[in-house]
Design a protein around this ligand. Structure first.
Ligand code: PEP
Length: 249
């Protein structure tokens, strides 16, 4: 089965209501390949999710940037998966490296979140990736496999999971992985899924790349056999996000 190209825009903790409306207007006016060719999902901060959902073109979808690990309740400051479902937010990004690093989210905690979100009916963009230190120590695949295993140990149905391979050293740094570097990890990750989950999951699960993707480098990266799209940070706030969506063609 062909894997549909996926382009996610992670707006992180950026924007005012006015800026957000401006970005949405730009997206709404863009000529991009059809939904049969590319799935586009943008992820504004929580407070802007209902606004963005209400004005965004219907062929693009929205994602939250996080959700709580279990049912809501006495967890001040958190937002539950149930609330996202209640607001018809279809997607959530989990395990972003900024949360793993700054908020000490462990592999197991991320795995629990992924399992809980899926069980509530959300679709999940699950992020994995190594630091520069880990890459230089030759442990990239061990790190990425351990992060993926924590998810695989808790999830049996992968049909609503997209894996985002995001090397930490490439996120927000302008140092994009070379197409060969990205392809190598995506290929290894797919082999890991084949060996440890199933051949079918390996063949059908989209593995997207994230880390300093822009309008200039997206075409070559997206042309790699095992790169099924992108998770884009900084460039998703700019008009060049449209060029990145067009890399699906
Ligand atoms: C990200 O935050 O997921 C990301 C890939 O950021 P950037 O594109 O800015 O490197």
């Amino acid at each position: 089965m062909a894997r549909k190209f996926f382009v996610g825009g992670n707006w992180k903790c950026n924007g005012t209501a006015e800026e957000v409306k401006k970005i949405v207007n730009t997206l709404n006016e863009a000529q991009v390949p059809s939904q049969d060719v590319v799935e586009v999902v943008v992820s504004p901060p929580y407070v802007f999710l209902p606004l963005v959902k209400s004005i965004l073109r219907p062929d693009f979808h929205v994602a939250a940037q996080n959700c709580w690990v279990k049912k809501g309740g006495a967890f001040t400051g958190e937002v539950s998966a149930e609330m996202l479902v209640n607001l018809d937010i279809p997607w959530v990004i989990l395990g972003h490296s900024e949360r793993r690093a700054l908020l000490n989210e462990s592999n197991e905690f991320v795995g629990d979140k992924v399992a809980y979100a899926l069980a509530q009916g959300l679709k999940v963009i699950a992020c994995v990736g190594e630091t520069l230190e880990q890459r230089e120590a030759g442990s990239t695949m061990d790190v990425v496999a351990a992060q993926t295993k924590a998810i695989a140990d808790r999830v049996s149905n992968w049909s609503n999971v997209v894996i985002a391979y995001e090397p930490v050293w490439a996120i927000g740094t302008g140092k994009v992985a070379s197409p060969a570097q990205a392809q190598e990890v995506h290929d290894e990750l797919r082999k890991w899924l084949a060996k440890n989950v199933s051949a079918d999951v390996a063949a059908t699960t989209r593995i997207i790349y994230g880390g300093s993707v822009n309008g200039g480098n997206c075409k070559e990266l997206g042309g790699q056999a095992d790169v099924d799209g992108f998770l884009v940070g900084g460039a998703s706030l700019k008009p060049e996000f449209i060029d990145i969506i067009k890399a699906a063609e």
